[in-house]
Design a protein around this ligand. Structure first.
Ligand code: UD1
Length: 420
């Protein structure tokens, strides 16, 4: 199994380009199922979850042409089957995103239930209830969600989410665009990736208003056409690099990034002592001191992203003072705590809150990546630890970070990948 070897202690300096957002690419690729003509999507990040999505869509008969500059032409005019098998869904929960578009365009879908996951139960009940609100019939059989529409297809309806769900909102949005009549989605997720999907759907001819708010109004259309679309930058990748610089010190410029979608994170890093300046599509961070501990409480957008929680904990464990981290979105997202403790971190866990007492130095150790963002936080800890840190099971990191070791190495970090 591949591992990352990191020898800490180097400041980070230079510039890197931020990749396209994983969490926008996955729903946008799923949404191409809706189009009757080929669609060209660019700025698609080269990630394991994206490859899994290609495998999933490919197994349905969708064809791809890979062009230069991470641009891909996708032709979904001829789908041969409407199912997402267990082998693919179990490696990527986001496979559930094909449910809405398959139902909307073909009137049927069979999607394996995703099962448990390292960061909590993560059920899909909200997705199912939302589909039912538009008239879908759903049964769970043999580990599969088997859904179909009545004659005449889905009908516009009112959908209210008890809990804000990002992929739940995306799934119902993709279903509603081809439903008859109007749908109103309340307590919708406002994440920029949801807006990116909505903008993409509108570019294909959908009629969605309220984009960026918690109420989305969708007037169903009869078909969607081809278009060209550029995926928005990955705010979590950008946040991870900013947190890294705030820990190691140095001066780094992030290119091709929209700072306005990362405000919560930028303001926390400024409280930690970083100097951050931004332009329309770039961010520059300078850090010249040991970071100060900060308090973080995760919440749906525009709150502090749960996907940056582990990285902020990495910052707090070496910061001056004590900082608390409260995780409010997922119930079991502190798997990195035990691994950080093996590197010398002082963390007390009280329910969904971690109290981090900053230490002056961490020591390198073999550690185990348990999920995507936890793995990133261990890389960050490794960048400041004395000696060598070996991060195992990095397939988690490859799910969501494009060329992470190459990007860090180009900024001066001593990091490389070790083979089997
Ligand atoms: C998405 C992101 C993930 C991010 C998360 C929260 C993608 C591909 N993934 O995941 O990176 O960490 O948003 O910002 O975009 N819930 C239910 N029932 C459901 C669905 C969700 O109870 O049917 C609960 C979850 O257990 C969780 C909360 O709702 O406690 C929010 O989860 P949700 O927003 O759905 O996460 P994902 O869309 O899976």
């Amino acid at each position: 199994m591949e591992r990352l070897s990191i020898k800490g202690g180097m400041p980070l300096n230079g510039e890197i380009k931020i990749s396209g957002a994983k969490n926008a690419a996955l729903p946008i690729l799923a949404a191409t199922i809706l189009a009757e003509e080929p669609v060209t999507v660019s700025n698609v990040p080269h990630l394991r979850d994206v490859t899994t999505t290609f495998e999933l869509l490919g197994s349905m008969g969708i064809r791809f042409t890979f062009n230069e500059n991470n641009s891909i032409e996708i032709d979904a005019s001829d789908i041969t089957n409407c199912s997402a098998p267990y082998e693919l869904v179990r490696t990527m929960r986001a496979s559930i995103l094909v449910l809405g578009p398959l139902l909307a365009r073909y009137g049927q879908a069979q999607v394996s239930l995703p099962g448990g996951c390292a960061i909590g139960a993560r059920p899909v009940d909200l997705h199912i209830r939302a589909m039912q609100a538009l008239g879908a019939k759903v049964v769970i059989e043999e580990g599969y969600i088997k859904a179909s529409t009545p004659k005449g297809g889905l009908k516009g309806g009112k959908v209210f989410f008890d809990i804000v769900s990002v992929t739940g909102t995306e799934n119902i949005l993709m279903a509603a665009v081809l439903a008859k009549g109007q749908s109103i989605i309340k307590n919708a997720a406002c994440e920029p990736e949801v807006s990116d999907l909505a903008n993409f759907l509108n570019k294909m001819g959908a009629k969605i208003s309220g984009i960026g708010t918690d109420t989305l109004i969708v007037d169903g259309v009869t078909s969607l056409s081809g278009c060209e679309y550029n995926i928005l930058p990955d705010r979590i990748e950008a946040g991870t690099f900013l947190a890294a610089v705030a820990m190691t010190g140095g001066h780094v410029r992030l290119k091709q990034m929209r700072p306005n979608i990362l405000s919560g994170c930028i303001s926390k890093l400024c409280s930690a002592g970083a100097d951050i300046i931004t332009g329309e599509d770039w961010i520059e961070i300078t850090m010249q001191q040991r970071p100060r501990a900060v308090n973080v409480s995760t919440a749906p957008y525009p709150g502090f992203p749960t996907d940056m929680q582990a990285q902020m904990m990495a910052l707090n464990i070496i910061a001056e003072g004590t900082g608390t981290i409260s995780e409010n979105v997922f119930e079991n997202r502190f798997m990195h705590v035990q691994e950080m403790k093996r590197m010398g971190a002082k963390i007390e866990l009280h329910g969904n809150t971690a109290i981090c007492h900053g230490v002056e130095r961490l020591t390198g150790a073999p550690v185990m990546a348990t999920d995507l963002r936890a793995s990133a936080s261990l890389v960050l800890a490794g960048l400041v630890a004395e000696g060598e840190t070996l991060v195992d099971r990095i397939y988690h990191i490859d799910r969501g970070y494009e060329c992470i070791e190459e990007k860090f190495a180009s900024l001066g970090a001593r990091i490389h990948r070790l083979g089997d």
